[in-house]
Design a protein around this ligand. Sequence first.
Ligand code: ARG
Length: 458
Amino acid sequence: MAKIWAGRTDGAIDLAADGFNSSLPFDKRLYREDITGSMAHAAMLGKAGILTEEEVGVLIDGLSGILEDLENGSLSFDPDAEDIHSFVEQVLTERVGEAGKKLHTARSRNDQVALDLRLYLRGEIDQIKTAAADLAMKVTEKAEQYKSQIMPGYTHLQRAQPVTFGHHLMAYVMMLLRDLDRLSDTRTRVNVSPIGCCALAGTTYPTDRCFEAEKLGFEGIALNSIDGVSDRDFVLELLSDLAILMMHLSRFSEEICLWASFEFRFVELSDAFTTGSSIMPQKKNPDIAELVRGKTGRVYGDLMALLTTMKGLPLAYNKDMQEDKEAVFDACDTVKKCLEVFGGMIGTMKACGENMRSAAAGGFINATDLADYLVGRGMPFRTAYKISGGIVAYAQNSGKTLEEMTLTEYQTFSPLFDEGVFEAVNLENCVARRTSTGGTSVGSVESQIAYAREALSV
Ligand code: ARG
């Protein structure tokens, strides 16, 4: 394929350099956006009187023919084409003749590529949002199922206070809701049209940028043409959102790996989401959770790669920016796959309630409640904290839990103790009393669930 830029030079480029330069192997996935963008451009050129209505008709028919043929497989990508933009333009010109050569009036590949990518990422954001919302709903349903299931809550990976499994799961739903918010927010900045910025300086033709932007469903246009073609913040913002989302999935995955271990035995993963070992017959490995955790590094890498690419670039467009696409495509593909498979794994995951409950019974996770009990009887918190610490040490030495100590034993630590202490340290009561907004009581978790369902239904 001859170079569209052959002119000043003869367009003959070293074979290896040509392959190195070409973005078609990865930007071919932008063909729909490229063609849709060109249709809007042709319509705008017609409206502005730059092309005749007849020429516009020829271009739009030609472009829809190319789209159709690419979709049905009768037209394949020419591996020699430099990028998706030149490929479409060249096929168009072969098919419709002179009018094809007029399509590139008042635009450049610099604004065209930014346009295509924004259109494409708009669609990707919508798909990722749907997948993240599906996962959030699945986790919410699990939380509903286990809203009364007591487990130890941890800080420093040490047993801390009793919580419910439902409450713990809802923490992840809150993270996913923020991820969704972030994606929506990013979408508003993705949805700004760069087309008409041309190479960098705008154009001498009487174009109507707003008309073209509106046709393509954009909410606004880039207000500085140099910025319009050199800005990749919208890609970086999306990559940041995806990196954060993956960090959430990775933390969740890490917990699932721990919970599924023989040491914890808090959850049982469905066989459909685990693998065996080729040598150890007893193994049931949480590969899916591990892989999601592993792929997080890859998405971080995509973000770091593009941040680094952009950091030293003078304005406006530089070919370095062609590197944006593989990074963001990889991140979007990875996140979509992770969300899907993660949802399946969570949907089929079962809690091992008895193991969670017995883990909660050890580790003195009701010691805060013991202190609170003394506070309730008039003792200052710091004194109560100290006395409760002494009781924990005593119980530990005597091989007892706080529930198993006798009242007489309690009373050797403070005369304020009476039978009520057993109510105070009962784990179910410890959970039930945490009715503060966002707390672990069943009612509180139900409110969180209702909030999430509401947020996810819009
Ligand atoms: N393939 C290029 C990219 O992905 C398209 C823009 C090329 N512009 C140029 N003036 N060479 O960034």
